[in-house]
Design a protein. Sequence first.
Length: 277
Amino acid sequence: MTDHRRTLTLTAVLSALIVVSTVAAPMVSARPAHEIPVSEVSTADLAEPNADGWDEVPASDVPLSSAPSSVPNADDTSVETVDVQAARTDERLFVRLEWHDATQDMNASATREFADAVAVQFPTNTSSRPPIAMGGPDNRVNVWYWSGATGTQELLAGGAGSTTAFENPTVQANASHSGTGGNATWTVVYSRQLDAPSENRTDLRTDGDLDVAFAVWNGSNGERSGQKAVSEWHYYPFSGGPQGPPYETLLWSLAGIAIVGVVGVTSFGIYRTRGAE
Ligand code: HEM
């Protein structure tokens, strides 16, 4: 085999490796960063935080940071991530949130005493994404709020300071604090029927993506109302179809083919130039 042939063969092998790795690798991790998978399940053994059914449901690590609000100490928050799981039956959506908190703060009765809490927010109108800071007048948000002191509430907000409670709450929540010290966690499971129970309630039967955001308060760190750790908008992919967009795989494949093309043309050029010497 001449040197030129060897170069060409090596180029072909390397190119093939590039194509295989560019096409195969992104297929494994094609899920977009802000997508939270929702398992379709037939049984609803999910209402309790430690129900066995949750073992089968994938969890997403959602980063949190201090809400940019103007209340005092707004940037003093302590919870940096919340683990989110979601599952849907024909009737209900279940959302399970788990986060680290060494202390179980259940009281907010004394002046400087605050309870641990957690919340999930959805747009009322699911076809557009409202401002992350608790919606706006054009698209309010439904907030499912659980606090160690007050239990579960279902709220409607159109921006910070406009929060009101729905009269007949339909959201259920169960909470559990387990473990000790640094390993201790809170786990809260919310659920609600998919159909909107009344006006201004989010229709969870949407066929499109459903935007969702999260907030966590650590009571012993003085966190309450606007002082809390919040996520960015994420979404549940209710539009169906395979997980992860095919366009991403397509782009990687095109990139792989382009690399092969460039390498091939270059080596052919070198081969011809040298061959002509
Ligand atoms: C990211 C920007 C955010 C800002 C600047 C912000 C700001 C505020 C402020 C100033 C308050 C106190 C006034 C009120 O009750 O309306 C508040 C309360 C509240 N916020 Fe937000 N918020 C943000 C995001 C969120 C998110 C993402 C959620 C839910 C997932 C949420 C849930 C709540 C709840 C449940 C309350 C009432 C808490 C209580 O009664 O102590 N907020 N927020």
